[in-house]
Design a binder for this molecule. Structure first.
Ligand code: UD1
Ligand code: MG
Length: 473
């Protein structure tokens, strides 16, 4: 939920304008413009080898995506004041306009400029409506006698699952849901998608690497375990972006980098996979149809959420983006690649475990985002207060491991035995390693880390995999 707001009455005039930081936003726009031009050219280049029908669908998809970008941008501008009036607003904790006491601590209740929260609602709604308009176009050319009902069912189940995740995110923004609701709900929402996966005769096996073939055979069928893996992936993806958050631009930025990586994967696969693998090539096109509109609404949001943020994306966007990735990789059969593309999110989750699971002993404050040094204007490590003497045996071991292996910044103990430990997020770890910096610089560092994982993933997928598998698709 949003940080507790000041008592000031919300109004349209409350929409802030930060004079600083516009150069940073402009640089982001230039980079994104160049990337969009390269991406569209690459899609058009591989489209030449696709059937005429798919080419028309791709053109419609690209056109609708441009429209989706414009509508998302104008709707966020236009509806921001209404969100504030509906109490969907937040205060950016790491800004000079947010009130602090003489010691530099935030005053409670938080006082500062209110900006619209939960703007992911607009991005997700535009995405879902774009797909609603696109799907009839994608299937318009089929005769009724040869209508691909199975493929249509895949799209519809994906949209259903994504819509539910968006709804759950909105409920979280408004109601601050409990974890006991937030874990089972995406499990249930993913079931229709898995049913379609099952009904369409999809494989639950994985190829065995050459060195293990003598032991396990050529193919290892995981059966029901594979569906278990898909369910866990869906729940993980739904939550993982939300807990890797708290820096302007990071939630939407990481999603844009992952989506761009998927787009590159699809384009490269369409370029290199021979035409007789028709089904495999179709899966890549299916993924593109979902990723291009997703990228356009996400970038529209990122632009306004970039430092200094004019809007917050909210839990709605985080859940929407996470479930979109889960749905796309399940439909287009690249779940294992997606796990690697989301490596920073996995690492952040594993690193966070001692704070997320109470018995592991490290207290979890309401916010784990970086702290702000009002004098320098830089962001720096935020800390949680640990009392090692009061820990159970597991807690003592966890604290010992963190301290001994320097997994976080641990300050010397105070007289009462309490110790300040930097919050266990990848964001804080990067600050611990590289030191304080401006908030947009921190976001860029984290996005570069995401990009590095993409490069590593592709190096393994297209390079090393050839050494351990006979066939690499
Ligand atoms: C998750 C994280 C929490 C982190 C928060 C930041 C876990 C378990 N929870 O909580 O540690 O602090 O996201 O989003 O890891 N905000 C900013 N600047 C930003 C983004 C958010 O100041 O760039 C503040 C604003 O006050 C905003 C609020 O965070 O209103 C949103 O927090 P919310 O998304 O509700 O937090 P959670 O998702 O519950
Ligand atoms: Mg959140």
């Amino acid at each position: 939920m949003t940080a507790s707001a000041s008592s000031a009455a919300p109004s349209a005039a409350a929409a802030p304008t930060f004079a600083f930081g516009e150069d940073s936003r402009r640089r982001l726009e230039h980079v994104a413009g160049a990337l969009a031009a390269v991406a569209v050219s690459a899609i058009l280049a591989v489209a030449r080898k696709l059937s005429w029908h798919v080419q028309v669908s791709l053109a419609v998809n690209l056109g609708l995506s441009v429209l989706a970008f414009l509508i998302t941008t104008s709707s966020i501008h236009g509806m921001g004041p209404s969100f504030i009036a509906a109490r969907l607003r937040g205060i950016d904790l790491n800004k000079p306009t947010t009130k602090r006491d003489a010691a530099g601590n935030l005053v409670r209740p938080i006082e500062g400029v209110e900006i619209p929260e939960s703007m992911g609602t607009i991005a997700a709604t535009v995405f879902i409506l774009t797909m609603a308009v696109f799907i009839p176009f994608a299937f318009a050319a089929y005769e009724r006698s040869a209508f691909p009902h199975a493929v249509l069912a895949e799209y519809l189940s994906a949209i259903l699952t994504i819509t539910f995740a968006t709804f759950m995110g909105f409920a979280d923004d408004v109601l601050d849901l409990r974890w006991r609701h937030k874990i089972p709900l995406p499990f249930l929402a993913t079931l229709p998608l898995l049913l379609v996966y099952y009904a369409n005769g999809n494989e639950t096996g994985m190829m065995v690497p050459n060195p293990l073939r003598g032991l396990l055979g050529d193919q290892l069928d995981l059966g029901i375990l594979f569906y278990g893996f898909l369910l866990i992936l869906a729940v993980f993806s739904t939550h993982t972006i939300n807990i890797y958050a708290g820096v302007n631009g990071l939630e939407a930025g990481q999603s844009v980098v992952i989506a761009l990586s998927v787009l590159v994967l699809n384009v490269v696969q369409l370029y290199r996979i021979p035409e007789h693998y028709a089904e495999y090539r179709h899966q890549q096109v299916q993924s593109l149809f979902l990723m291009v509109p997703f990228l356009s609404v996400s970038f529209a949001l990122l632009r306004l959420n970039w430092w200094p943020a004019k809007v917050f994306v909210g839990d709605t966007y985080c859940y929407f983006a996470g479930m979109t990735f889960a749905a796309v990789c399940i439909l287009s059969r690249f779940t294992k690649t997606m796990v690697v593309l989301m490596l920073p999110q996995w690492i952040n989750f594993l690193y966070s475990c001692p704070q997320l699971f109470k018995p592991l002993g490290i207290p979890n404050p309401r916010h784990r985002m970086p702290a702000y040094d009002a004098k320098s204007g830089l962001v720096m490590n935020s800390y949680t207060e640990v009392k090692p003497a009061e820990h159970n045996a597991i807690g003592k071991v966890v604290f010992w491991v963190i301290k001994t292996f320097r997994l976080a910044h641990v300050k010397p103990p105070r007289e009462d035995g309490t110790v300040l430990v930097s919050n266990l997020t990848l964001i804080n770890f990067v600050l611990y390693v590289f030191g304080p910096c401006r908030e947009d610089v921190l976001c860029i560092r984290l996005l570069l880390l995401q990009l590095l994982c993409t490069i590593g993933c592709f190096a393994v997928r297209f390079g090393l995999a050839g050494y351990v598998f006979d066939v690499v698709l």
